[in-house]
Every structure is written in structure tokens, then in C-alpha cells.
Design a protein around this ligand. Sequence first.
Ligand SMILES: [Ca+2]
Ligand SMILES: [Ca+2]
Ligand SMILES: [Ca+2]
Length: 560
Amino acid sequence: MRSNIRREGIIFVIMFCVIGASVASAYNHESLSQTNPLTMRSILYVGGDGPGNYTTIQDAVDDAIDGDTIIVYSGIYYEDQVIVDKAILIQGAGWETTIIDGGDALLTETGLLRIIADGDVLLQGFTIRNAGGPSGYGSGDNKLNIGVAVFSSAPDVTYTITSNRIIGTQNPNDDYDWGFYAISGGQENIIFSYNIVTETGCNNIVVEKTTGSTDLCFNVLDAGCWGIDPVYYMTYGGTDIITTQMVRNNTIDVGTGINPGGATNNKVTGIGFSSAYLGCTGTLDSGKYTDIIITGNSIMNVKEWRRGIALDNFAWDDGSAGEILNAHILNNVISGVSDNPTSFGIRLSGLVSNTNIQGNEVTGCDMSFWGRTGYYGGSTAYPGATNVHFNCFLGNSEGFVWEGPTILNAENNWWGDPSGPHHPDNPDGLGDNVSGSVDFSPWLYYYGPETSLPEVSITSPTKGYVTINIFGGLFTCKFKFFSTFAIGKIKVSVNASDPQSGIDRVEFYIDDVLKATVTTPPYEWIWAERGFFFPYTLKVIAYDLAGNSNADSMKVWKIW
Ligand SMILES: [Ca+2]
Ligand SMILES: [Ca+2]
Ligand SMILES: [Ca+2]
């Protein structure tokens, strides 16, 4: 047995060497590549003026094998479509100078860049423009134009698309034009980062029923020339998305675009997730999301009909299918503009459970938050167990709107005024409106950097008066001196307050020597040391809870 194994092993090694040598010699013959001797992986070059460089990216991809790198020099590459079906790295010289122009070609399958490899792919450093597509889609040019389309039938594969610029059809009548599309049913993991996507007729990014994880980060996006959701995720047909769907640190302008159907059709949502999506077509449907993280995004220009972030369950019937569970909406900045009816910052609709909404800043919208039942069928489902804490809701005209039957926990938010939100239970609140069964108390008394100085003053001894202690009783003479006199043991009293974080402590000094620290009111100290009728400097320093300090002092002539 042992010798058989050894012989098979030797044959395998020989076969490997023969195949390896033939592959390497093929590249050497054509002088098209450099081989890295350490990894046996090749670098193929496109453009530039090196001998044997490829002239099209597709030719280089066709000749590459898994693990190869394709370097593309600056230039404009007119290619109808580039299909990437191998695990390779494709590296442009930067989007400013390296352009793939699809010539609006008629294609049989979507994607000017179409990535379908069953291994890892990196695409970096290109402008991708003028994508064509298959025909039969909607108005405009009748094509489904997509800059980059991806689909892996294999799991555990990662596609990284980074540092590219994707330009749409620039046609506001084109309702089928997406910048990036994760094709329905793909299993790949997606990292889509540091890209710029603009001038799309339809969405910048669509992720449809993709079961791998996604990380959309540090992109610059807008609502395109038509005006529609820049980032849109959907699942349906019973496909539960249990991997992490992360949308973070993107800069999104939702105010661009003019809908030919009129402004009321410009219902643009910066970042939207829809579960049980077919519900919106009148179909009983399911399909969940259980791990959504939306964090650190800046969504601006929320004008009329525009929205920030929405988690919508579209389930038909009673709305109990397609739950969106355990989503986090953290530290996003959503800013509206004036005159913005029907806009909102964050919306949850239908069965959306255990959502954590924390650290966001929503300003200048119509509704800062809108929690409501599902839209479709006879849905009676509401969001449940929503936690809304440590957010800033400021200057939103209709304010925080909760329509559900349970009490929503919205403690510890800043509502724009220390008096709290305006609500029937807090009629004197000068902050944003809150409506519905909302527990908003306690609320924050300040928001943002705590820079206010404490207010502090010495109230005793009285400046310019004589204070005398006789047998333990304090008497303050009305007779006014040019300075302050104290005779005997006296009590030093201080008023200290802070409009934001409150007082941490008050320190008492005589001639810059710390004598006492008091942490709770009343802020008092008995000055019992004997004086010798010298002018002493009595100083008090109040600190707030953020460490800001302020002082008061006086000269005191003290005797006995
Ligand atoms: Ca189109
Ligand atoms: Ca409470
Ligand atoms: Ca302060």
C-alpha cells in the first residue's frame, strides 16, 4: 500500500510540473506577461506601450487564470462588455484617467462590468461609463443599463469593488439605469467602497436577494438625475438574509434629480431596506433581514418628499411575514432643508423588531422619525421593541411620530431644548414635537460638545462688608468698606450651577492653597484658620461634569 501511495504522489508531482511549465511557456511565448516566481501568479498588462500589452481588458481576462493580476494603464477603453469569470485582480491607474466606455451597446446580459467568478475578485481604479444593456426595459433607452453587475453562484466568495467612478446614462427619463447591481440570488460577499456613483437614471445601488454579506462604505452617492433611492436592498420569495448587511460612512445627497412625473414622485430614500418585497405587488410574500447595520452615514438635502433611512416590511395579508430583526441605525447625520413637507429622517414600517436607533442627528426634516404599520395588504403589524436613545432631533416640523399601540422607548434624546419635547404630557416643552405613546422622559438637557462654563459666585462673605463671628454667630455689618473684612471663623458659601452637564465639584483655595473640595450642594466651607489681618485671596473654582471650570475670588482682610 505504501509504495502505491508514493508512486501516485510522484506521478502527481510530475503532472503538476508539466502543466505548470506549459502554462508558463504559453505566457513566455506570447511575451504578454511577467510571472511572479514566488506564487506562479502572473501580471498581465493592458494599454500603455509595453511590448505585447493587451489592447482590451476582456482579452487579458480571457488569457488570465485564477490568481492573476491585470494592470490597466491610463486610457479610454471602448468595450461593449467585460465579463470577469475568474478570480483575478483588475487594477486601473485611477478613475481620473482610466475609463471603460460601454458605448451604450446592446447586450444579452446586464453589466458593462459583469463579475460572475466563483473566486475572489478585486476591481479598482476605473471610471465606468456609457453602459449598455439588454433591451426591453422601461422608458428612456429601453435598455437595462448597469455599470457593474455581480453574481456568484458559489458562497464564500468576495467581490471587492473599490475606488471607481460609475457614471449613469445621465438621462432623467431612464427608469432602468443602475450604477451597481447585485443580481438577484447571488451568494457572494460584497465590499463596495470608496466609489463615486452619479448621474444614474435609476438607483445608484441595488442589492437584490443577495445571501452573502455586504459592506457598502465610504462611497459618495446621490439620487441621480431622475431622483430615486441611492441605496436599495430587497429580499423576497422566502429568502432570509442572515448575513451582515452593512451600510456605513457613505455620503449621500438625496436632493438631486427631477422626476418627469412631477416632484411628488420624488420619494427618494437615502438608504432603504425592504423585506417581503413582493408584498408591494399584491402578493403574499416573505423573506427576512436579521443583521442590518446602518452607521456613520451622512444623508443630506432631505427636501420635500425626500427621506433618510427606511426599514420597510412589505408583507401582504396581516403583515406577520418577512420580519426585519435586530437592525442597528447608529450615528448617522440626516439633514433636511427648509420647506420640506412629507420628508422624514428615519422610518420603520410593519413588522420591524428590536431596532436600535442611537446617536443619530436628524435635523430640518418634516418627521424626524416615523413608526407605522405596514403599507400593503391588510397589515396590522407595527414595529416592536424599538429603542431610540442619545439621538439629536432638532428643528423637524412635524417631529417624532409613533403610530403604534405599544409604548415606544425614546428616553435620553435631545429634542432641541432643555425643556424637552412638546407633547401632551409635557405641554411646556419647547423642543421638537412628539406624538403617540412615547416614553421620552428623561430627556437630555444638552447635546453636542459640552463647552459651557459653570456659573460660580461667592455669596458669603459678602464683598465689601465686614463679617464678624461672635460666639459662633455670624454677623454681617452693613457698613461698607473699600474691601472685605472678616473677624473670626467664617462660613464661605458659593452658588454654583451649570446649564449643561451640571456641577461636579467646587474647590476652595486660600492664597492658591487648596483647602477643601465639596461635591454636593450646599457648596460651603468653614474658614477656621486664624488670620493676621493680612489680605488673603479667597478663591473658589467650580468644575462641571465635562471638566470645564470657572472661578470667583475676593481679597479678604481676616483677623482672628
Ligand atoms: Ca435604460
Ligand atoms: Ca421613562
Ligand atoms: Ca458646562
